[in-house]
Design a protein around this ligand. Structure first.
Ligand code: SR1
Ligand code: MG
Length: 385
């Protein structure tokens, strides 16, 4: 089938042509199409049977450009092939944490899957200070299973090489190379700074030869360490939760890279959320901060127990976490944990400065950390000053 773009008008006809989707709805007469505008890259729709509220599907299509930028920002549709490949692999090793895929088409760059209507985005839940007792257990399982079974610990040499070539995702890797490891570390027009953030703090990253040397090492590792099939963009916006279940979504940046990159992305965003709460002087906030640090601690130790004892993965994870923290503050892709304070730029700058100082330390001295408890202590000390 030749590629065409799905929209509110042609989507139902398309769905009706697919036997895999036909069986999801008792009737097609009352389907409602709702476009979801959250994502930057792709089109997304929820299709619901208005007569049977339990009947719905989620449809995601990658256009040959970045959706929010428009057609003048071309981007190949290879990202959906990578996403389909990753969804298939991840659900083969960790099915309980993946939405069920009903239908996929590389030709149309479409995936049709379970609509997670009873779940919320993890970042939103963390901003609202919700406790999620299953989080560390579930995410450590996801990391251990997806990373182990796609690594050379589990695969033969031939199968590993086949996985590397099947999972190549050059365009998305280039986006990460630019927006995570390059632009935030130099003065670049693609960056976006809080005007209240001090120039000294920005210079302590962009004009610090030691930081520049270390981020170059992390970028080199990202480009040249094909350890396991990664999710590739495992921030707290790529996880959906409801207290009972955890789902990991959106692996469009997936490729075979260093394991620490996924772990680093997750803990970076948990530390970002920690700094967004730690300035509050209430007992509730203090308790929530303790829960966040305990969750990071549990996540690491549970991962280590489920995988192997791997000191190198901890230091790689810290280095990648640092890059991910810096890019969310100096780069263009912001996070709601800090943007919720947009009206109080001074407060936002204070939290961003704490986070940047932590990031510099865990980037430059990542090899010296042998326990995640010491990293948590660093976060607490930075808040205390
Ligand atoms: C232009 S950068 C867009 C970012 O959004 C995605 O979630 C990735 O993190 C990417 O780097
Ligand atoms: Mg995404």
């Amino acid at each position: 089938m030749e590629y065409y773009q799905l929209n509110q008008h042609n989507l139902i006809d398309y769905l009706q042509s697919l036997p895999e989707v036909l069986q999801r709805f008792s009737c097609f007469d009352n389907l409602e199409v709702q476009e979801i505008n959250d994502g930057n890259m792709n089109f997304a729709f929820v299709v619901t049977n208005k007569q049977g509220s339990n009947q719905s599907v989620f449809v995601k299509q990658a256009p040959p450009y970045i959706k929010v930028m428009g057609e003048q920002w071309p981007l190949t549709r290879q990202r959906m092939t990578a996403e389909i490949n990753a969804l298939n692999y991840q659900s083969s090793v960790c099915p309980e944490m993946l939405p069920e895929v009903y239908y996929q088409s590389e030709a149309l760059s479409v995936v049709i899957m379970q609509n997670l209507s009873q779940h919320a985005i993890l970042r939103t839940e963390l901003i609202q200070a919700r406790y999620l007792p299953r989080l560390a257990e579930d995410l450590s399982t996801f990391l251990a299973e997806t990373l182990f079974y796609s690594s050379s610990f589990a695969l033969s040499s031939l199968n590993k090489k086949a996985m590397i070539s099947k999972s190549s995702n050059q365009d998305m890797c280039k986006i990460t190379e630019d927006f995570v490891f390059t632009y935030p570390f130099e003065h670049h027009e693609m960056n976006d700074y809080n005007p209240a953030l001090s120039q000294n703090v920005i210079d302590s990253i962009q004009k610090n030869p030691n930081v520049r040397a270390h981020v170059a090492q992390m970028k080199y590792m990202f480009m040249n360490k094909p350890e396991a099939l990664l999710h590739g963009d495992l921030h707290t916006g790529s996880v959906m939760v409801n207290g009972l279940e955890t789902f990991v979504i959106d692996p469009e940046f997936s490729f075979v890279g260093p394991m620490g990159f996924d772990i680093g992305a997750l803990i970076a965003n948990l530390y970002i959320n920690y700094f967004s709460h730690a300035h509050k002087r209430s007992m509730e906030a203090a308790n929530y901060c303790q829960w966040l640090l305990q969750t990071i601690d549990d996540l690491w130790y549970k991962f280590e127990a489920k995988f192997l004892s791997l000191q190198q993965v901890l230091s790689d994870s810290l280095g990648f976490a640092a890059c991910k923290m810096i890019r969310r503050i100096l780069g263009v892709a912001k996070v709601a944990d800090f943007m919720q304070f947009e009206k109080d730029q001074k407060l936002r700058a204070k939290l961003e400065t704490q986070t940047l100082n932590m990031a510099i330390e865990i980037l430059v001295n990542r090899q010296a950390y042998t326990s995640i408890a010491d990293v948590n202590k660093l976060a607490e000390d930075l808040v205390a000053v």
